[in-house]
Design a protein around this ligand. Structure first.
Ligand code: ADP
Ligand code: MG
Length: 254
């Protein structure tokens, strides 16, 4: 795909849970190579919007196109094929604690290897080498054969980033990737996530609730409040005062 091409496009995306409007008509375009933060207070619809992008949630109405795929219409094999192109990083890391760091990273390549659907996967040597390279990039090559569960939270999220990279994704989605970490670790893991995505030319969309992290590490901030996009600007044009408007309880325009 050429630079600047839309990777994510939502048009009039509406999703309600009973009386709660989680997404109230969201138009969002993210282009190739962008690193975007969806920022807003708890309940503003960040996670719901993100979940639409790989078909984990379906909208009540509106359009969702990701990597050229109509996500609303996609089912079965088409949806699985799309998900192989989308790396996901979760707040709670989602590693298998009893497996080694290496085994967890290799799981990122499950969609790349042929083999029995159920049963033992034999990992090609080249994939192991690639996994080790990604572990090196996140500073954990020396931990490859330790149990994942023995690592700190920040280290576990670095492993999860390496796992997502081994998938060779075109788009990375991260839902509150650093919300479970202490502030110092959160900043360094967030910086790492953005850095590796930029190095690999990946498009990255993450949800964040901390203004400072969004300002420090992402290039564009989409501010959400009560399911609506209230601002959408390059990070360099934003300041904390304007962003705090998202978090006020009265309905001011920010
Ligand atoms: P955020 O990630 O910004 O905290 P969410 O997208 O998780 O916001 O939620 C937006 C709103 O939708 C909230 O009011 C939340 O309670 C509601 N919501 C989200 N998912 C569900 C669900 N599966 N069932 C019912 N309500 C939900
Ligand atoms: Mg959320």
């Amino acid at each position: 795909m050429t630079a600047g091409q839309p990777i994510v496009e939502t048009r009039g995306l509406v999703k309600a849970f009973g009386d709660v409007i989680a997404c109230g008509g969201v138009d969002l375009t993210v282009r190739r190579g962008e690193t975007v933060a969806l920022l807003g207070p708890s309940g503003s619809g960040k996670s719901t919007l993100l979940r639409h992008l790989n078909g984990l949630t379906r909208p009540d109405s509106g359009e969702v196109r990701v990597l050229g795929v109509d996500v609303v219409a996609a089912r079965g094999a088409e949806l699985r094929a799309l998900r192989r192109r989308v790396g996901v990083v979760f707040q709670q890391f989602n590693l298998v604690g009893r497996l080694t760091v290496m085994e967890n990273v290799l799981c990122g390549a499950l969609g790349r290897v042929r083999g029995p659907r159920y049963g033992v996967v034999t990992w090609p040597r080249s994939l192991r080498a690639e996994a080790l390279e990604h572990l090196d990039r996140v500073g954990l090559a020396d931990r490859a054969y330790q149990r994942a569960g023995s690592l700190s939270g920040g280290q576990q999220q670095r492993v999860a980033i390496a796992r997502a990279l081994l998938q060779r994704p075109e788009l990375v989605l991260a839902d509150e990737p650093v919300a479970s970490l202490d502030p110092e670790t959160a900043a360094s893991v967030m910086g790492l996530l953005v850095q590796v995505c930029r190095e690999d030319g990946l498009t990255m969309v993450c949800t964040l609730h901390q203004i400072e992290l969004a300002l420090q590490w992402t290039r564009r901030v989409v501010g959400l409040r009560l399911g609506e996009v209230r601002l959408d600007e390059p990070t360099e044009l934003l300041d904390t005062v304007r962003l705090r408007g998202l978090y006020l309880s009265d309905p001011v325009t920010v």
